[in-house]
Each structure stands twice: as C-alpha cells, then as structure tokens.
Design a binder for this molecule. Structure first.
Ligand SMILES: Cc1cc2nc3c(=O)[nH]c(=O)nc-3n(C[C@H](O)[C@H](O)[C@H](O)COP(=O)(O)OP(=O)(O)OC[C@H]3O[C@@H](n4cnc5c(N)ncnc54)[C@H](O)[C@@H]3O)c2cc1C
Length: 479
C-alpha cells in the first residue's frame, strides 16, 4: 500500500508476465534493452520527491492517503485544470491509467443495472490507486470482417468474449490489439470496443486482470530500436512505448474483478466514456506538439535567413493557427466541463471530440508547412558521428554555414528534431497516432452528431429563412 519508488515499480514488473518481442519470449523485461526507454519513462512518474513535478504528481485522497494524481477524481474546474497540467508532464505509461476516470464516470449508470459491478469498479479503482499501480486501456478488438457483428464472424473469438461462467468467475477468450504500454503496467482494464446487441451477451464484457494472469500473452511492437543516439534522435531516443497485441487464452477472471458480463445495454456507454478521456489525453499531447512545430518552424526559417520572406511568414501563421485552435479548444473543453450525477467533473464531450477531430483531420497538411520550410535537410542531414569526425566534420561545418550568428550544432539539432518528430520512424508513427489513437475520425464524427444541439441549430436556420419555428410541443410530436 502507498506510493511506490521508481525502483519498486521496476521490481514489480518481474512477476512472470509473458511478453514477446522480435521473436523472443522475454523472461525479465526489466533487463531487456528493448524495454529500457519505456520502463525508464514510466519509472520517472514514480519520482514523487522531484522538486519540479513532485507536488503535481501526487494528491491527498478522500481517505487521507497519498496517491498519483492520475487517480484524482476531478470535482471542480480547478481539479480538471491541475489534471491537465499533470498530464503535460507525465509519460504515456502512467497516463493510460486514466482508464479509471472513464470507469468511474459511468459507475452511476452501471449501478442502476448491476450494483455489484459498480461496486467492483469502485473497489478496483481504489486497489490500483492505493497500491500505486498502472493500468492499460484495453478496448480495441481485432474485429475481423468489419461488416459483420461480433457473433457473426468466421471465428467467434475475433471479439473478446466469455466462454465460461461458474460460481467463482468467468473465463474469457480473444485478443485486444494496439494496447499502449500493456507490457509495462500492472492491470489490463478490458472494455467492449462498441455497443453490443441482445444476441451478443457474451461479448458485452469488461473486467480488470493483472498482466501476469495465467493465459495473458503480449506481443510487443514499437517504432524505436533498443537504443538511439540523443543528438540524431532528440525526441525518440528518450520517448518510446511499445504497443501490445494482447491475447487472452482462456483467462479466468474472478467475479469481484468483473465490471460487465452480459449487460449489453452498457457496452457502448463504457466504450464512449473511455473515448472521451483518451481523446482528452491526445489533445493535451497535440497542444504540446503543435507549439513545438511553431518553434521549430520559426528557428529553421531564421537559421536560413528567410524570416522576412512572405511565404515563410504565411507558413508559420498556418502553424500558429493550428496550435492556437487546439490550445483554445482544450481550454474551452475544461471551462465548459460536464458533471456526472455523483459530482465527477469531466471535459466537455462535444468540444473534446470536435477538437480531436480538428487535430487529426489537419495534422498531415499542417506538418507539410514544416517540411516545406525545412527543405531537403529534414531527411539528409549527416549524423552526429560524421560531425564529430575531424575530416568529415570540417566539411559539414563549412557547408551548413548560413550566417555568423547561427551555430551549426544548434541548426543540426533543430533539423534532427523536425525529422525525428515528423519524418522518421517516430514521425511516421505520429501520423497514424494522430488519426487512429483514441478512435479514428469516424468515432469523433459519430460523437459530434450525437452531442451537437441540432434542435437549436434547426430553429436558428428556420428563423433565418423566415419560417416561424413550430411550438415546442408540436415539434416534439413531429419528431
Ligand atoms: C499507436 C496506437 C496506439 C493505440 N493505443 C490503443 C490503446 O491503448 N488501447 C486501445 O484499446 N486501442 C488503442 N489503439 C487503437 C485505436 O483506437 C484504433 O486503431 C482505432 O480505434 C481504429 O480501429 P482499427 O485500428 O481497428 O481500424 P478500423 O476500425 O478497421 O478502421 C480503419 C478504417 O475502416 C473504417 N471502418 C471500420 N469499420 C467499418 C465498417 N463497419 N464499415 C465501414 N468502414 C469501417 C474506419 O472508419 C476507418 O476508416 C491504438 C492505435 C494506435 C495506432
């Protein structure tokens, strides 16, 4: 019980979990070079005595204990603001535990259908919070043929399902794909990927299970090789997190860890609640990244002596528009927060979905401005080793000169950052993350159509068109 140290976190991962990477079944991930960066990154969030972030990282729970702020249930706009600030300085290895915010935000609705499941959510939330555990968001099924429902697939296991129920619990089979940080956290929090119908009861399943539970197997993948040089790869050398292909090979889940087992009416609510918190996380990262794009664009332009050039100024203003739209949207979503019946505050659903959509839909063409400003060196800049080599370094310094006040090494670092972030392996990963992580464009479109006040918009349009809107009672009858 209580806060863990970074060392205790690392030790806690040596628990017999079954993880594969690159054809190898890795017995101890804490000793394997592939896992070094992801584990270091997540361990840093356990530095509660850090003078810079220690206070932001922890909070006092309602029972008087100390816990990581990722578990703090926001009760006010101020709490939400502090949470967003914490998120800016926290690794994805910890941020995924925000899955408990999603569960706690639907707990009241779950209680109306199955009080025992709601009690399980509350208990597991407290267990993870009080033991300083990290939990992954485990939602995306392989889904097979997209045109067929879960129970209509050639293989019934293409969506995670219950294959047995007994007095002690349920047995589940299936897989969940793309699960961020699955191998370096403690609990896998599984939810249905979408709404389920009456005849799909076995697929309406949600639970939490330790990563080392018998039958859980994780196949890892990331954009980063085991080791990267920090000069040439300033972003990805210290930031990478594997995604897990998580298999549930007849895994037993005791009843007290089950959040949903056949209550089909709740399946889509669980999926939606996670979407909101995932997209909020995505937006926090988008704000950070878009500000970085502006800074990099301005630097690369100044270094080349193009800072008064009208085309460059236009490109930079496009990047500023993107950054400002995202920053303002996040701010708006927090100021216009919503509340659950039990008083939990969460960001505005419509605003978060619209902003995540704007970020994803415009990411690729926004990066284009940065690539255009940078020119070919974005891809062809020589490596640090060639700069440090006396012979080749001499030529690099001579021919990368632009103006006397531009330091060659600084210019190279700016280019390396642009390439690493947007044009190399990590950059390619970012392009797909912007689109897919937290749900693809379609997921946000559905939520916008559902949450926008269409009745009010129609009334406005009718008035503008000179039509007297029908009286409210009649309007209701017509609909
Ligand atoms: C780096 C990364 C990290 C991720 N992390 C997590 C995580 O931690 N946890 C997690 O649960 N998930 C995670 N995801 C998964 C992410 O949420 C999904 O990739 C996303 O929801 C899209 O689902 P999909 O990949 O199955 O693609 P699909 O659903 O196959 O979508 C691909 C395309 O097919 C379209 N499509 C889908 N179904 C239909 C249909 N019936 N009819 C017509 N068109 C259709 C979609 O609109 C889209 O255009 C992650 C993804 C990435 C890339």
């Amino acid at each position: 019980m209580g806060l863990k140290t970074p060392h205790q976190y690392v030790e806690s991962l040596r628990d017999g979990r079954v993880t594969y990477w690159g054809g190898e079944n890795i017995a101890d991930i804490t000793k394997h070079p592939r896992f070094k960066v992801p584990i270091d990154l997540t361990a840093a969030d356990y530095e509660y005595s850090s003078p810079e972030f220690g206070a932001l990282r922890k909070y006092r729970t309602e029972e008087g204990g100390e816990a990581h702020r990722i578990y703090q249930i926001p009760r006010s706009e101020e709490d939400l603001g502090t949470r967003i600030e914490m998120m800016k300085h926290t690794s994805i290895g910890t941020l995924v535990s925000g899955v408990y915010m999603a569960l706690m935000s639907v707990k009241d609705e779950v209680a109306q259908v199955n009080p025992q499941c709601a009690a399980n959510i509350e208990r597991m939330y407290r267990y993870c919070r009080d033991n300083d555990l990290r939990a992954a968001e485990v939602i995306t099924d392989p889904k097979g043929d997209r045109k067929r429902r879960a129970h209509e697939q050639d293989d019934p296991d293409l969506y995670v399902r219950i294959v047995d129920r007994n007095k002690d619990g349920i047995v589940v089979r299936g897989a969940k794909l793309h699960i961020t940080a699955a191998s370096v956290i403690h609990e896998l929090v599984v939810m249905p990927t979408k709404g389920m119908r009456q005849d799909e009861k076995d697929y309406a399943v949600s639970f939490s299970i330790p990563v080392n539970a018998p039958g859980v197997k994780i196949i890892n993948r990331s954009f980063a090789p085991a080791e990267l040089n920090a000069f040439d790869y300033p972003a990805s050398s210290h930031h990478s997190m594997p995604e897990g292909f998580v298999v549930f090979d007849d895994v037993f889940v005791p009843w007290d860890r089950v959040f949903l087992a056949g209550e089909v009416q709740l399946a889509s609510r669980l999926a939606q609640s996670l979407g909101l918190w995932e997209r909020t996380g995505g937006l926090v990262e988008a704000v950070r990244m878009s500000e970085l794009f502006v800074g990099l664009a301005q630097l690369v332009t100044e270094h080349q002596g193009k800072d008064k050039d009208p085309t460059a100024l236009n490109s930079i203003s496009e990047l500023i528009t993107y950054a400002e739209m995202l920053r303002m949207s996040l701010d708006y979503a927090c100021r216009h927060y919503e509340k659950t019946p039990s008083g939990m505050v969460f960001p505005n659903t419509l605003a978060i979905n619209a902003a995540k959509y704007y970020y994803a839909a415009n990411f690729h063409q926004t990066v284009r401005y940065l690539h255009d400003l940078g020119g070919g060196l974005v891809l062809t800049l020589p490596l640090e080793a060639d700069l440090r080599n006396e012979e080749s370094g001499k030529y690099i310094k001579k021919y990368l000169h632009t103006k006397n006040d531009v330091d060659i090494e600084t210019r190279m670092r700016v280019y390396n950052m642009i390439r690493d972030l947007t044009a190399d392996a990590y950059g390619g990963w970012q392009f797909v993350v912007a689109l897919q992580a937290g749900g693809g464009l379609a997921a946000q479109r559905i939520m916008m159509n559902r949450t926008y006040n269409l009745a009010q918009a129609k009334e406005l349009a009718l008035r503008a068109a000179g039509v007297k809107p029908p009286a409210p009672a009649r309007a209701q009858a017509a609909e």
